[in-house]
Design a protein around this ligand. Structure first.
Ligand code: ADP
Length: 536
């Protein structure tokens, strides 16, 4: 039997149109490089976005063409987020923290035709422009500088642009693309469809995922060049909430000032950001007055239990989430089901420290030796996922086809347990697991526990080759300023919580842990550094 429902396309064009009509008065605040605040409203945003779309079409944009952005989080980037896909193009956000050669490789691999770039990022562009072949470069004069000949000034480009000719968009058309940050190999491109971004936005709005509402003031600290700032710009505009875009100043004091002055209610970023914010708040407790209960979405790497507890004491609510470039990224969120909220503190935190339960329409399974591991909270397996916003392939990269199983699941490369309640707990990336005497040791569990020691700022636990046990764990420790601690004290601290063979045999003290452009520990680099460790 045929349904009698309309076949209405799920496209970003609807989100933009709706936002302009219904939420014209909602404010968008952007902090500029000189720290001044740029303010305008959704109605201005929609008008300028349509102008940018029309200008790109007049410049020759054809359906499916890629337009790259090299920009911080601010109003013009938001305009590009909607203008490019609504004009029929594909938004390709370039990660400005990558090496210039990698940026050039990624832009070339994606086949980007045009580039929109912040004037303050032109020095970076100069480093790779000869290797990238953009036909047209449009410069946003964020710092008011004059745009050089041969390039377009963004403001002039959109002024007097012809009206956007709304293309016939199919919901399965490409709307955006992102490359993985390459923590575990060469960057791989993922192409999002309008449909996947719309469904992802609807899912992110749900109360039990990220719970965005029109009454919120949302500040995405996660860069708009990192998995579309976790889709938050799309979801935020869909619900019509006030947006605060932090620009290039992402140090703790600058962010805290912004949270306070703009009364932010929900924000998002990687754990390194929250670690520095926590330090600043603990050092100067009276300096900032934040919105009580402000929600902080933490993802991209594991949030430690110590960090979640510390923010709770400050009446700031950490929401732990897991995702990947390949999953748009919403996969799981660590909210507590109703009956778990009554658990005693330690058990409650054990749940909150997990990465959470899958969002609606995301299916998860843990696979061990080609069999689905039971949901018992103990059996380790590789996390595999499927759903309407999970990638089905990489862009022009057939060599990676083995990332998908024969029965159509995406292999995440994360090693997990899933418990009876459906909570997923990441124990490692496949490549980071430690195998000692044939038994697996979770580096994440050890790091998480070490982060609870009062002298430890952060810890990375890695596998180091061992003549007898194959591999043994070594912990690299960064101490809090002005503290000291001995190896034995750290081992004693861990001892009650872990099997004896889990305890790191060696501790190395370092000034910092090397990190990737998206805040993940570079364990491969640490393993290289410590591979010749002399075991005693
Ligand atoms: P890349 O794969 O290049 O590092 P992604 O941003 O796509 O870039 O990284 C996704 C990976 O980040 C996941 O596979 C997982 O290993 C890690 N990750 C993301 N969120 C969490 C989390 N909450 N806890 C632990 N690890 C996480």
């Amino acid at each position: 039997m045929q349904s009698t429902m309309m076949n209405y396309p799920l496209t970003l064009a609807h989100i933009l149109d709706r936002a302009g009509r219904l939420f014209g008065a909602s404010e968008i605040v952007s902090r500029l490089p000189d720290k001044s605040l740029h303010r305008y409203r959704y109605r201005d945003f929609r008008r300028r976005t349509l102008a940018l779309g029309g200008a790109l079409q007049a410049a020759g944009l054809r359906q499916g063409d890629r337009v790259a952005t090299l920009m911080w989080n601010h109003y013009a980037h938001l305009e590009a987020y909607f203008a490019i896909p609504c004009a029929g193009g594909v938004l390709h956000t370039l990660n400005l923290r990558l090496h210039p050669d990698d940026i050039a490789y990624i832009a070339g691999h994606a086949g980007d035709r045009f580039l929109i770039v912040d004037d303050v990022l032109l020095p970076l562009y100069e480093k790779f422009k000869d290797k990238a072949g953009f036909e047209r470069v449009i410069v946003v004069p964020l710092s008011g500088s004059k745009v050089a000949a041969g390039r377009d000034d963004y403001e002039q480009f959109i002024a007097g642009a012809p009206a956007l000719k709304a293309p016939q968009l199919d919901e399965n058309d490409a709307a955006g693309m992102c490359y993985t940050s390459g923590t575990t190999g060469k960057p791989k491109g993922v192409v999002y469809s309008h449909r996947s971004l719309v469904l992802h936005s609807l899912a992110c709005g749900l109360g039990d995922t990220l719970g965005l509402m029109q009454s919120d003031t949302l500040c995405p600290v996660v860069p708009m060049f990192h998995v579309n700032a976790w889709g938050l710009p799309f979801t935020g505009v869909m619900v019509g909430c006030r947006l605060v875009l932090p620009g290039p100043h992402l140090d703790a004091a600058s962010l805290l000032d912004l949270y306070q002055s703009e009364r932010v209610t929900i924000t998002a970023g990687v754990p390194t950001i929250w670690m520095s914010i926590l330090q600043a708040l603990e050092k100067n407790p009276a300096q900032w007055k934040l919105t009580p209960g402000m929600r902080m979405i933490v993802g991209g790497a594991a949030a430690s239990e110590a960090m979640i507890r510390a923010f709770d004491r400050l009446d700031l609510r950490v929401l732990h989430a897991w995702g990947m470039t390949e999953t748009t990224p919403l996969g799981t969120t660590g909210y507590l089901k109703h009956h778990l909220q009554a658990l005693p503190g330690d058990e409650r935190y054990a749940y909150r420290n997990k990465q959470g339960i899958p969002a609606p329409f995301v299916e998860v399974r843990a696979m061990a030796d080609n069999e689905e591991a039971p949901w018992d909270g103990k059996t380790l397996g590789e996390l595999q996922v499927r759903g309407p916003w999970i990638a089905a392939s990489y862009y022009r990269l057939d060599a990676e086809a083995d990332k998908w199983t024969a029965d159509g699941w995406f292999r995440t490369g994360d090693v997990v347990t899933i418990d009876a309640e459906g909570y997923v707990k990441i124990t490692d990336r496949t490549k980071d697991l430690i195998k000692s005497g044939g038994e697996w040791i979770s580096s994440l569990d050890l790091e998480n526990a070490l982060a609870g020691h009062p002298a430890v700022h952060e810890a990375a636990v890695i596998a180091v080759p061992h003549p007898k046990w194959d591999e043994r764990p070594l912990a690299v420790i960064v101490l809090k300023p002005g503290t000291t601690v001995g190896e034995q004290e750290l081992r004693d601290y861990l001892a009650p919580r872990f099997a004896k063979f889990w305890l790191p045999d060696a501790f190395a003290f370092a000034a910092e842990i090397p990190r990737t452009s998206t805040g993940k520990m570079m364990k491969a680099k640490l393993r290289e550094q410590f591979k010749n460790w002399e075991w005693t």
